[in-house]
Design a protein around this ligand. Structure first.
Ligand SMILES: [Zn+2]
Length: 352
């Protein structure tokens, strides 16, 4: 049903330079244009695509149609009267931003956009920045991190060289079985004593995997569990979780570093981030999945990992646990959920 009376005005179809007389009115969400000549086809235009004329200006009213056509009306007052009768009125264009409801909706949308940016945008950008950094920068950050930890937390290993060699050999052969195409992530095992961290292991950007003497001793009779822990850390290396976490937590200096090619500020902020930030839960779940896959590829049931959590629990009860290093395995939350995960894992589980 037309709202208000139709108006007779000049219509250009957008192809011919010739103006034709047409009757126009608004019907629902469309503007209907019906040429006056016999047998002409009416056209309908969605209101959202119509560019109405500015009502404050003098002179003729010109309306742009979505198909490239044009309406021209010489009598501005008559056009404005007609336009108001169509009951689009102020509510359609101007009124929306003036009403408090409109303001409230706009405010809510803004807040939601900001929250979404924080929730998904920052991690998304961080991951891309982290994965886009040149390997040399990652190596430098890794070396920097290792220095920092060696000053405060780590000492040279006291494990007998033969034991270290045997563990390396075992690990190499398990990695070989899990990556038969030789495409294992580049990494390096580092044995270190750490009375402060206690039984622990962690991966650093650049591929260093640190395992403490205390953890080796804790799992002395279960070397396959130690291999599972290394599998978890190799998962962090493979997905570059360390670099991702550092970029995310030092977001601005990392972005500035990438944009201006000066990584100094970013690298300077690494030590503080390293001591306070943890990996995301998703990153931990993914690393557990990689550990399970590595064990399975070697014919070891991932369920053996339950022993890790039992032993860490006993150690905490007896000694109160070591200092927390959030990226290290002993600091990861959710022991029970993780035990469940390893017990229930099956080769059919996805590989995100
Ligand atoms: Zn982890």
């Amino acid at each position: 049903m037309p709202r208000g009376a139709p108006l007779i005005t000049r219509w250009f179809d957008g192809r011919s330079p010739k103006a034709r007389a047409a009757r126009v009115w608004v019907d629902g969400d469309t503007l209907v244009v019906v040429p006056l000549e016999e047998g002409a086809t009416p056209t309908r235009h969605p209101l959202s695509g119509v560019r109405w004329p500015e009502r404050r200006t003098h002179g003729q009213r010109q309306t742009e149609l979505p198909d490239g056509g044009l309406l021209q009306h010489a009598d501005a007052a008559a056009w404005d009267d007609w336009w108001l009768q169509q009951e689009l009125g102020e509510s359609f264009v101007v009124g929306w931003t003036q009403s408090w409801r409109g303001v409230l909706v706009a405010l809510c949308v803004t807040v939601l956009v900001l929250m979404a940016t924080w929730q998904w945008g920052v991690p998304w950008v961080s991951e891309r920045v982290a994965h886009g950094l040149p390997p040399a920068v990652e190596q430098r950050i890794g070396a920097e991190s290792m220095d920092q930890l060696e000053r405060g937390f780590l000492q040279p290993s006291t494990l007998p060289p033969a034991q270290q060699a045997a563990l390396r050999k075992r690990w190499q052969s398990m990695v070989g079985a899990a990556f038969p195409n030789g495409d294992a992530p580049t990494h390096e095992l580092a044995f270190r004593a750490s009375p402060r961290l206690g039984p622990n292991a962690f991966a650093l950007p650049g591929g260093q995997i640190v395992v403490t003497d205390e953890l080796v001793k804790l799992l002395d009779d279960h070397p396959e569990v130690l291999m599972g822990v290394l599998g978890h850390e190799l998962g962090h290396v493979r997905h570059r979780d360390g670099l991702d976490m550092l970029v995310r937590s030092t977001f601005l200096s990392a972005i500035v570093g990438v944009v201006f090619g000066d990584m100094g500020g970013f690298i300077a902020s690494v030590p503080a981030a390293l001591l306070t930030q943890s990996y995301s839960r998703d990153a931990e779940r993914r690393a557990d999945l990689r550990a399970a896959e590595l064990l399975h590829a070697n014919g070891v049931s991932p369920a053996v990992m339950a022993t890790l959590f039992e032993r860490l629990g006993e150690f905490r009860r007896a000694k109160g646990g070591g200092d927390a290093l959030p990226i290290a395995i002993a600091s990861h939350p959710d022991d029970e959920a993780r035990v469940q995960f390893f017990r229930q894992w099956s080769p059919a589980d996805g590989q995100p």
